[in-house]
Design a binder for this molecule. Structure first.
Ligand code: UFG
Length: 331
């Protein structure tokens, strides 16, 4: 039996493929390679290039493979972009998941673990955020993920497809042997942008707003190491195999770092100055997003290992130093 990883050539998906294979699973990957990289996919995985919105293509993969469960990363995931192109998010994320669920139902596949997000909460007044807090997304990206969660809930009710929604906070870092890491074009995420600036690939790093109601006026986020994040997917899959009921879990660290604190840590780890400018706020950005990961720890038995900001930066820094052009040279 095979695990089907949707979006397995992307930053987070490629780490999942790697760890599921290391854990002994047989893995097949679907990716349209719009943002993913063929080179990021573990060579032991069978690869199908195509789009999850293409039902005939998805049916052909389900027909060929004996799929026991789906791990779903195939989605658009940028808050800023979603404010400018909301319909792209409803198409790729919501419609893509609808097709996935239709085909799962057709082929009798009853388990799915998928990437949800902190952005589903919007901006709760209380911190840290727990799973039962009300959902009030501040951007179309968060809204699309919330809709995906709701679709799953009704598919469980009607068809018995059980799901685990993992609500990621800010994922960063790279595999410790720096064989896979983060490579987006264009890059919009804080950690890789700081490191590309440290490498001299960018003139400066722009802080998006320093007038937020936070400790130093810059946005506060909860950073989680990609390797730990994927460990939670293995635990979540195990939980479903053992009969666990459909549920949502936060994946974060309970600790918030401001943009300025991240800048200081990046300067320390790289030993580079990292020139900075201050710009206006970016639309759709909440001031503070910090998770309580207690539920994932208690119910899934998740035990993150790489919990310091230094490990996140040093693993990402060694990926950036060894792959200054990401996967480009290898493709
Ligand atoms: N930031 C800057 N300058 C930049 C880039 C980012 O100041 O050039 C700031 C942002 O304003 C934000 C923080 O750094 O406050 C982190 O920004 P990212 O773009 O790295 O990440 P986001 O918080 O916007 O979003 C990420 C993922 C989402 C996920 C969310 C959950 O991209 O998919 O974390 O917290 F939903």
């Amino acid at each position: 039996m095979t695990i089907l990883v949707l979006g397995g050539a992307g930053y987070i998906g490629s780490h999942a493929v790697d760890q599921f294979i290391t854990a002994g699973f047989d893995v097949a990957v679907v990716d349209n390679l719009l943002t993913g990289h063929r080179k990021a996919v573990h060579p032991a995985a069978r690869f199908y290039e195509g789009d999850i919105r293409n039902k005939a293509f998805m049916q052909s993969v389900f027909k060929k493979e004996s799929i026991e469960g789906v791990i779903h990363f195939a989605a658009s995931s940028l808050v800023g972009e979603s404010m400018e192109r909301p319909l792209l998010y409803f198409d790729n994320n919501v419609y893509g998941t609808l097709v996935t669920l239709e085909v799962m139902h057709e082929y009798g596949v009853k388990r799915i673990v998928f990437s949800s997000t902190a952005a589903t909460y919007g901006e709760p007044n209380e911190t840290p955020i727990t799973e039962n807090m009300p959902a009030s997304p501040k951007n179309p990206y968060g809204e699309s993920k919330r809709m995906m969660e709701n679709m799953m809930r009704w598919c469980d009710e009607a068809y018995g497809i059980r799901y685990v929604a993992l609500r990621y906070f800010n994922v960063a870092g790279a595999k410790l042997d720096h064989s896979i890491g983060e490579d987006h074009t264009p890059e919009t995420h804080l950690v890789p942008l700081l490191l590309q600036t440290a490498l001299g690939q960018r003139e400066s790093f722009t802080i998006f707003g320093e007038d937020y109601p936070t400790k130093d006026g810059t946005c506060v986020r909860d950073y989680v190491h990609v390797v730990d994040l994927i460990q939670a997917h293995l635990k979540a899959y195990d939980y479903l195999v053992n009969g666990g009921k459909s549920d949502a879990f936060n994946l974060g660290s309970n600790e918030g770092f401001s943009v300025k604190e991240m800048l200081t840590a990046a300067r320390q780890i790289t030993g580079k100055e990292i020139p900075v400018k201050v710009g206006p706020r970016r639309a759709g950005d909440p001031a503070v997003l910090v998770a309580s990961p207690q539920k994932a720890k208690t119910i899934l038995g998740w035990t993150p290992e790489y919990t310091t900001i230094e490990t996140i930066f040093s693993s990402a820094w060694s990926w950036h130093q060894t792959h200054p052009h990401g996967y480009a040279k290898e493709e």
